[in-house]
Design a protein around this ligand. Structure first.
Ligand SMILES: *[C@@H]1O[C@H](CO)[C@@H](O)[C@H](O)[C@H]1NC(C)=O
Ligand SMILES: *[C@@H]1O[C@H](CO)[C@@H](O)[C@H](O)[C@H]1NC(C)=O
Length: 325
């Protein structure tokens, strides 16, 4: 089967979104947006996308020109997307990294995430111009220091099976999930029209999203430019740890993000734009997005792309502490 059929197989007649898979590119302690040049960065990330990913990533470089492969099914997408990594914390205090598995719709990709670009929602383009990101553009959503789950776009789903999508919660599920935990990150989609980045990597964007892939509100005058509504879904295979005799004796749940967050409110994600040329703009201009003209590649080609770890440390196996913590 061809990728286009796989990735776009559920397309409705008025489809107004791109949905595609990207395999894992790397798992290591690097963070070129928040801690550029720092090797290692403070906590472990899982990264997908183009192989121009490295510790520094100068904003003046168009990574779509520098990368030579991508783990994404759309072969013109050299963007890097990343989130923290989930660990299981055992009763004896040691940690084991939780694996990732691909969405059932996306074939046999290795780990990775599902990526969405919406014009407005699944069925409508909202009859509005969507302006693609530009080379050098980057943003983050969420913050490891957040103590509330107030952003409706940052959520968890306890998977009964691979297709479960509701309900969503702001914190980690409290009971074992038969098919793992899905972490969802919706990025903001209103741009100030001027800055490719900002000191906190968020102020140049404004979030009118309501989560759950429903249509976002209008962009405010401070951030008037409507960009694609980008979202990430990560399927964490927590099932090897579902035996409750392994869970904490105080009744709490055992999963933590790599920055040592057992509530899950600090969930965050990073976006560093890298679509080649005007490919994303052309796709966003097509109505419906199904007829987007984007190039695709095989699962095998996506799985083959990777980058060498520049941080040499143990991140798997049973660990006494979270790397960097
Ligand atoms: C990382 O990529 C930038 C360009 O984005 C390049 O200038 C730099 O040399 C690279 N650094 C490493 C350590 O590979
Ligand atoms: C801690 O517990 C885990 C899970 O039961 C076990 O696999 C691991 O060997 C233990 N580590 C130590 C240091 O006892």
């Amino acid at each position: 089967m061809k990728w286009s059929a796989l990735t776009l197989g559920l397309a409705g007649s008025a489809q107004a979104y791109l949905r595609f898979g990207c395999a894992t590119l790397s798992v290591q302690r690097l963070d070129p947006i928040v801690e550029p040049g720092k090797v290692p960065s403070s906590h472990v990330h899982q990264i997908i996308g183009g192989n121009a990913f490295n510790a520094s990533m100068d904003p003046k470089t168009d990574i779509a020109e520098k990368a030579t492969c991508t783990t994404c099914s759309f072969s013109e997408d050299f963007t890097n997307y990343w989130t923290a990594v989930m660990y299981f914390k055992a009763r004896n205090g040691s940690y084991k990294r939780v694996g990732q598995y691909p969405n059932a719709l996306l074939g046999s990709l290795t780990g990775g995430m599902t990526v969405y670009y919406l014009q407005q929602d699944f069925n409508s383009n909202g009859k509005q111009k969507i302006t693609a990101f530009k080379p050098g553009f980057r943003m983050t959503v969420g913050s490891p220091t957040s103590k509330t789950g107030s952003n409706p776009g940052l959520r968890y789903t306890c998977l009964k099976d691979v297709m479960t999508r509701f309900p969503e919660t702001a914190d980690f599920p409290k009971e074992p999930c038969p098919a793992g935990i899905m972490a969802i990150h919706h990025f903001p989609a209103c741009w100030d029209g001027k800055n490719l980045d900002s000191p906190n990597h968020q102020d140049h964007m404004y979030n009118t999203g309501k989560g759950g892939f429903v249509a976002a509100g209008a962009c405010p005058s401070s951030h008037p430019v409507r960009m694609p509504q980008v979202a990430l879904e990560t399927m964490w295979d927590t099932t090897p740890f579902n035996d409750k005799s392994l869970w904490p004796t105080d009744g709490s749940q055992p999963f933590v993000w790599s920055y040592d967050d057992s509530k899950g409110y600090g969930t965050h994600a990073d976006y560093l734009f890298g679509w080649k040329g005007d490919s994303l703009q052309r796709a966003m201009d097509s109505t419906p997005l199904l007829s987007n003209g984007l190039k695709t590649q095989s699962v095998a080609a996506a799985n083959k792309c990777s980058v060498q770890a520049s941080v040499k440390e143990e991140i798997d196996g049973w660990l006494d502490k979270l790397p960097g913590m």
